[in-house]
Design a binder for this molecule. Structure first.
Ligand code: NAD
Ligand code: THR
Length: 344
């Protein structure tokens, strides 16, 4: 089968590998669509993310969906021909985190496209059938692949416990911030404010449901939120930029008794946080890491038309042009690039 390997920063090589045989609890999936995530681009550009270093050729891509080509001996909930979205992290199932249900925190998770685990820019992937979710008729594999970033947002929205009518600030209007706008709206948020430094991304966020946008290269986030909320602060902040100033401002722009949920990962190891504000304002300050138990709900939201993910996609290119797709994905206006691995 055909795969694309990242062999060194900036270099993709198209290679042939033996087609994998599914294990007893696995399905062999003919991949159709794979979204390009910021972390894929990071590995492509730099060959590493923090301590995760690409030392051997690595297949990128973890936002994937395709068609079941073969089922393992013990799989009885999927059949050949089923279209499925693949949850990219398969946890060990045995550690304390897995046993208590917080399987996204499993230290031994096998996560696609994270060294040393290969991802989905490949004709076929053999994957644990418990982490392959059937897509209903109305949901394409193109949308199904985006259950992954949608899951990041769904999990963060749950961590934020947004109440009906609450004012939510989303910092960062990249793919994750855009998805949070959608999940916050679906959760019943009232005003949804979005900040970014790229005007076109703020325009897109408004089209997706943001009620007000703030270009923080023109005015400070703190001053803007002060104006908009009459000095009270927002009920909930979901930080989805990873930008140090945005993370540092979260405790200031949230109201007393409010909630901050951080998704973004900063390039800085340490960021000053006003800890006295945490105490004095009695804030809930929480992290949100990947996702757990989100795929069935993400698929249901897509099926019922509560959330549409197609509008975050800027372009689709074939896997034959993966280098060009990754170069284009780095343009500042692009929110999401999609790669077609086969034809649906
Ligand atoms: N916690 C998790 O499980 C998880 C999962 C996926 C991504 N992430 C992280 O979440 C963040 C967002 O992911 P993404 O793929 O959307 O990234 P992205 O880089 O595509 O988007 C970030 C956005 O933030 C904007 N931005 C830059 N400076 C800003 C500022 N000062 N204020 C507001 N916005 C600013 C950028 O213009 C961009 O639009 C990244 O840090 C990523 O590493 C975390
Ligand atoms: C969750 C996923 O989208 C993220 N890029 C990660 O590797 O953790």
């Amino acid at each position: 089968m055909h795969v694309v390997e990242l062999t060194e920063p900036g270099i993709f090589e198209h290679r042939e590998r033996p087609r994998p045989a599914p294990g007893p609890n696995e399905v062999l999936v003919e991949i159709r669509h794979v979204g390009i995530c910021g972390s894929d681009v990071h590995y492509y550009e730099l060959g590493r993310i923090g301590d995760y270093v690409v030392t051997d050729p690595l297949v990128l891509g973890h936002e994937s969906a395709g068609v079941v080509a073969e089922v393992g001996r013990d799989v009885d909930h999927l059949d050949s021909g089923d279209r499925v979205a693949l949850e990219p992290g398969v946890p060990c199932g045995e550690c304390a985190q897995c046993r208590s249900g917080t399987y996204n925190l499993c230290p031994d998770v096998e996560f696609m496209a994270t060294p040393p685990d290969d991802g989905a820019f490949a004709e076929y992937v053999a994957w644990d059938a418990d982490f392959a979710y059937r897509l209903p008729d109305g949901v394409s594999t193109r949308s199904g692949a985006l259950c992954e970033p949608l899951s990041v947002a769904l999990h963060a929205t749950r961590r934020a416990a947004i109440d009906l009518g609450e004012t939510v600030l989303v910092t960062g209007a990249g793919p994750i911030g855009a998805m949070v706008v959608k999940t916050a709206r679906a959760a019943g948020a009232g005003d949804i404010l979005v900040s970014d430094v790229v005007p076109s991304k703020l325009d897109r966020a408004r089209e997706m449901g943001a009620t007000e946008t703030i270009n923080v290269s023109e005015r400070s986030l703190e001053a803007a939120i002060d104006d908009i909320t009459g000095g009270d602060g927002v009920d909930v902040v979901v930080e989805a930029s990873g930008a140090t100033p945005a993370i540092a401002a979260t405790t200031t722009v949230v109201r007393r008794g409010g909630t901050v949920v951080c998704i973004g990962l900063s390039g800085d190891d340490e960021i000053p946080i006003a800890t006295n504000e945490l105490v004095d304002k009695e804030l809930d300050f929480r992290g949100s890491f990947r996702f757990r138990n989100t795929y069935p709900d993400a698929i249901s939201l897509l099926e019922r038309g509560v959330i549409d993910v197609e509008d975050i996609i800027d372009f689709e290119m074939p896997m034959a042009d993966l280098t060009a797709a990754f170069e284009r994905a780095q343009e500042p206006d692009v929110v999401k690039g999609m790669v077609a691995v086969g034809s649906e």
